[in-house]
Design a protein around this ligand. Sequence first.
Ligand code: ATR
Length: 279
Amino acid sequence: MKRVGVIGFPVAHSLSPLMHNAAFAALGMSDWHYDAMAIPPDILRLGLSEPKNHGYIGINVTVPHKEAIMQFVRPDEKARAIGAVNTVDFRSNIGTNTDADGFINDLRAHDVPLAGSRALILGAGGAARAAVYGLTRAGAEVAIVNRTAARALNLVQRLSASAGVEGVQVLTLEAAADWNMALLVNCTSVGLHPHSERTPWARRLPFPAGITVYDMVYRPATTALMRQAAAHGGRAIGGLGMLARQGAIAFELWTGVPPPIDVMLGALRGALAGETEDG
Ligand code: ATR
C-alpha cells in the first residue's frame, strides 16, 4: 500500500482525503490511500515521525502546522517565500507550498488575464501571502487591503525580504475603491459559513463595476461578495477550483501521474452540496 495523507489539528473536516481517494479510485490506483491524521501542535516533531516511519510517501499539512513544520523539513523556494509548507515529500524531505500555483492555475483555467493587470488582495494572512506571491510572479500589479494595516505592511516587507517581491502597495478600502483593479481576491475569512451574509467589501462603498472577483471562501459556493460582483456587471469565481488544483499539484508530486482535475473538483462539489444549505 502506498500511503499519503494530511496532518492538522483538528483535521476531521478536511476535504482532502475525499478528493485524493476519488482521484485514486478514478485512475484505478487501488494501491494508494490518503488519510487524515490529527496531530496536536505540542507533539508535532514526534507526530511527524509516525507517517514517516510507517512508509508514507508524503503528506499535506494544514492548520496549525504549516509554519512550525518548516523546521523539520527542507523548505523549497516557494515555501520559503510564502513562509509556510503545505506539502511534504518524505522521499526527499522537501517541503513546498502549492497554494500560489493552485490559485494561479485556477485563474488561468478561468482565462483571467494576469500579466499587466491590477489585482487587489483583501487580507494579510497565509492565504494572502500565497496570492500576492503568485500574482506578482505572474506579472500582475498588486495592492493589499487589510483590516489590520500593520499586518499588510509586514506581509509586504516579508515578501520583499524572502522573495525579492517589490512594488506591492498597501491601501485603505476607500482608496482601493478608486484604484481601478481588474481582479479582486478575497483572502479573508469574511463571508465564510455560517456568517454568509457578511462581505469584506463594505456596502457603504461603491462596488467597482465590471471586475472579476475570486473568493477563496468556498463554503458557501456563492458568497455575498460574489453576488456583489455579479450585481455590478462583474464576474465571480469561488475558491473550490483553487482547493482542487493545489491538491492536484501534490497528487502529481507524490504519484508522478497527471491528476484527474475534474474528478477531484467533482468530489469536492459533491461533498459541499451535501454539507451546507446556503451553498
Ligand atoms: P489564513 O492563513 O487562512 O489567511 P489568517 O492568517 O487567520 O488566515 O488570516 C485571516 C485574514 O482574514 C486576515 O487578513 C484577517 O484580518 P486581520 O489581519 O485584521 O486579523 C481577516 N479577517 C478575519 N476576520 C475579519 C473581519 N471580521 N473583518 C475583516 N477582516 C477579517
